[in-house]
Ligand binder design. Structure first.
Ligand SMILES: NC(=O)c1ccc[n+]([C@@H]2O[C@H](COP(=O)([O-])OP(=O)(O)OC[C@H]3O[C@@H](n4cnc5c(N)ncnc54)[C@H](O)[C@@H]3O)[C@@H](O)[C@H]2O)c1
Length: 385
């Protein structure tokens, strides 16, 4: 419980209030129920029956956010309504003095997102966005490898996300950009945030494109994001696949090797490359499944590449797996909320806070804006064509 001074008692669970008792809200409630740090005290949905169906036994059930915000037992609001509502609801919750755990995206426009951040700052409440990918152990391992430059600097991030639409009928809010913000904003933000985190810097240029199916629904989008002369990132999402053929792959290219992550909630990471002494120490420390294919010594250990010469000691291959996908998903949600609770108790910023939410949304909005602009056809200028 939060005291009037804004300080909090670590031993007492904070009261959680969920707004948006849909599919994902229900999944999150199961994750929250296992946590000692919080207790779900209220659930609100404009569909009261839905809220009542998933609310824990002693939790209050409300038909709108305003009533939930008036409940003094609620310390943190989890906003899990469709994306177009996030900005206004999160701001309203901040103005009511509640801490914020917001589903991605923080809002569907940058202006709205900035307003949420300002409202949270004014009210002195903490704000985090539920970017589960960043909390996943395999993404964290890949990030540690990239940040340690174990295979040299990151140069390429390449996402292929072949997603299914088998749970997305034509009338679903997902297809209406006014409600979802479009694919880059609703879904792509996860990957823009992950890529920004891996890059460790802000993008310098963004471009986007999109394609429609025959009924006019925009179901494939792509983006290219540039980080100066250092990193090129490409993102592709198609929401037209058969469920059993869904595939998500992230390939990372470093100066001396490559990484591959399989699955949107990844189940496998494979790596191969050439390492120096520090890189080898990194691999030994982090990977149980490591093979050292070749050892280099003497003149053979000096490699000239990319305009530099490096002394390298071995070529390596490694894999890591995390086959319990649903468990990893649930644990990622718990880790995100735990981090927010920790920030509330310590006064620090959450590890995923307003700057990450704003930057990833800025990239998503820029990619979407680009694909809505018509560009002239390609012409060679050759006569007769
Ligand atoms: N972080 C993740 O991995 C992840 C995964 C899936 C979905 N999401 C996000 O979670 C959010 C919810 O997605 P979902 O699939 O559960 O959607 P959903 O349509 O199943 O649920 C949305 C719920 O919000 C309720 N609602 C709508 N307007 C409301 C209002 N004004 N006040 C109160 N309740 C209202 C609806 O009645 C519904 O129960 C979306 O923003 C989505 O992007 C995040």
């Amino acid at each position: 419980m939060t005291t009037p001074m804004g300080e909090s008692d670590v031993a007492t669970p904070l009261g959680m209030g969920l707004v948006g008792a849909g599919g994902f809200g229900a999944f999150c409630l199961q994750a929250f129920a296992e946590m000692r740090e919080v207790s779900v005290v209220a659930v609100a949905d404009r569909d009261l029956e839905r809220a009542a169906a998933i609310a824990p036994p002693r939790a209050a059930v409300y038909g709108d956010l305003a009533t939930l915000l008036a409940d003094p037992a609620v310390d943190i609001v989890h906003v899990a309504t469709p994306p177009a509502l996030h900005g206004a609801q999160a701001r309203q919750a901040a103005e009511a003095g509640k801490h914020l755990f917001v589903e991605k995206p923080l809002a569907i426009s940058l202006d709205e997102a900035r307003n949420v951040v300002r409202a949270a700052q004014r009210a002195g409440v903490k704000l985090s966005v539920n970017y589960v990918l960043r909390r996943h152990p395999l993404h964290q391992l890949a990030a540690a490898l990239v940040h340690a430059a174990a295979l040299g600097p990151l140069q390429l991030f390449s996402l292929e996300n072949f997603a299914t639409d088998d749970r997305l009928p034509p009338e679903h809010w997902f297809w209406d950009p006014a409600q979802s913000g479009g694919i880059h904003v609703e879904h792509g933000v996860h990957f823009f945030d992950l890529c920004n985190h891996l890059a460790g810097q802000s993008p310098t240029a963004v471009s986007g494109s999109a394609q429609r199916r025959d009924d006019g629904r925009l179901d494939r989008v792509a983006a290219t994001v540039i980080y100066g002369d250092r990193i090129l990132a490409t993102f592709y999402h198609s929401f037209n696949q058969i469920g059993r053929f869904e595939r998500t792959t992230i390939r990372l290219g470093c100066a001396r090797g490559r990484l591959q992550l399989d699955g949107w909630i990844p189940t496998g990471l494979s790596v191969d490359g050439v390492v120096d002494e520090n890189g080898l120490a990194f691999f030994r420390h982090h990977f149980r499944d490591l093979s050292i294919d070749e050892r280099f010594s003497g003149a053979q250990s000096i490699f000239h590449h990319g305009g530099i010469a490096e002394k390298l000691v071995a070529s390596v291959r490694a894999t890591a797996t995390y086959s319990r996908r649903q468990l990893a998903y649930k644990e990622a949600i718990q880790a995100g909320l735990r981090d927010l609770v920790n920030a509330i108790h310590t006064g620090d910023q959450p590890t995923i806070g307003p700057p990450d939410a704003l930057l990833s949304l800025a990239v998503a909005v820029a990619a979407s804006r680009q694909h809505s602009q018509k560009t002239p056809g390609i012409r060679t200028g050759e006569p007769g064509r």
